[in-house]
Write a protein that binds this ligand. Structure first.
Ligand code: KG4
Ligand code: ZN
Length: 338
């Protein structure tokens, strides 16, 4: 049978990404990161959409070239419909629409949050796919969700953050410590040589499976301010222990909720995704939980966990199989439900 070739485009935030899939395998996965936001300590929407505008054509060209696929061979064009920054989404959707129209192939709108979850179904050597039903936890700079997944397109959000995302908790804590943006990977790095119990921070009391991280950030801010008044070199002298303690608290918050989700659903397969799943402490804790609680855990290849187009492509492929297409009137959405 003739293979399906999908061109996928992701532009929901500050990365311009394109991928080519042959069925459920990734032939190329290209991401142009936007350095322009670093000096602002966060993503500036206006600058993001402008950079997408500049990057999108070269990124797609490279994706096609690297995959060794001609545009005439494409079976469909998939793109991120949302959620995300409107100005960024519009660049990707306009481009996808024009390309699908020019090539006369189906257009497929993809939910970015579904894509983070279905990234686990990219066929990749050395990586297992979860079986339905499973619990998916998406943890990144923009998202914190626990989702019960019963089928490719049957998903239910059973817990989510009521304020900051977990990646923001890492990044904002790092900022308080004077570390550059995004600080999550740096906290991870320093934490590896620190004592996680040096400075006990309290976990927020949030009922059920929801999360809250803004209180932790405030707690850390006041703690650092107070300690710095006593000793101006407090942060420099204790950086490893502070980072280890922050990371330990965040991991505990996540683990408490996963344990509760397992208890409430009876599901013991846990799949995580999003940039924060790169955290070495979380990976280690999950591996330990496999033995301790009899769970099976899944972490996709790193390039499929942070924002990328391959995950948009795998959703596109499964929608293609179901003939779920969109016409050119489909609109981008800053917010969409799963
Ligand atoms: O998925 P992602 O690349 O972009 C979105 O936010 O959608 O996630 C980026 C987030 C940032 O907050 C970054 O600090 C965090 O993931 N992150 C980490 C680590 N690597 C990335 N946080 C903790 N430890 C890490 N190793
Ligand atoms: Zn994302």
């Amino acid at each position: 049978e003739k293979p399906t070739y999908i061109l996928a485009i992701e532009s929901s935030c500050d990365d311009t990404a394109a991928a080519i899939l042959k069925n459920n395998k990734v032939l190329s996965n290209i991401v142009a990161r936007q350095a322009v936001h670093e000096e602002y300590g966060g993503v500036v929407p206006e600058l993001a959409s402008r950079a997408h505008q500049q990057n999108i054509v070269p990124v797609i060209d490279v994706a096609l070239k690297k995959a060794g696929v001609n545009r005439e061979e494409l079976s469909a064009v998939a793109f991120t419909q949302g959620p995300g920054l409107m100005g960024s989404l519009l660049v990707g959707s306009s481009f996808a629409k024009s390309m699908a129209m020019a090539l006369d192939v189906p257009l497929i709108a993809v939910n970015h949050m579904q894509a983070h979850i279905l990234a686990h179904f990219i066929e990749e050597e050395g990586f297992d796919m979860p079986e339905f039903p499973f619990l998916a936890m998406t943890i990144s700079g923009g998202h914190t969700q626990i989702v019960k997944v019963t089928d490719y397109f049957t998903m239910e959000v059973i817990g989510e953050t009521t304020d900051d995302a977990v990646g923001e908790a890492f990044d904002k804590s790092a900022k308080i410590l004077g570390l550059p943006y995004p600080g999550g990977p740096l906290i991870d790095k320093y934490a590896q040589e620190g004592n996680p119990k040096a400075f006990p921070f309290t976990k927020p009391k949030v009922p059920g499976l929801n999360f809250s991280f803004s209180g932790l950030k405030t707690q850390i801010l006041y703690f650092i301010q107070k300690k710095t008044e006593e000793n101006p070199n407090f942060v420099a002298e204790n950086l490893h222990d502070i980072c280890a303690s922050i990371q330990y608290t965040i991991i505990n918050i996540l683990m408490d909720k996963i344990k509760l989700a397992v208890k409430e659903t009876g599901i013991k397969q846990i799949a995580i995704g999003g940039g924060v799943s790169a955290n070495s402490g979380i990976r280690k804790t999950l591996k330990e939980a496999e033995k301790k609680y009899g769970w099976k855990t899944f972490i996709p290849k790193f390039e499929y966990t942070t924002d990328n187009a391959a995950m948009i492509g795998i959703v596109g492929y499964h929608k293609f199989l179901k003939h779920e297409f969109n016409d050119a009137s489909v609109v981008s959405k800053a917010r969409i439900e799963l």
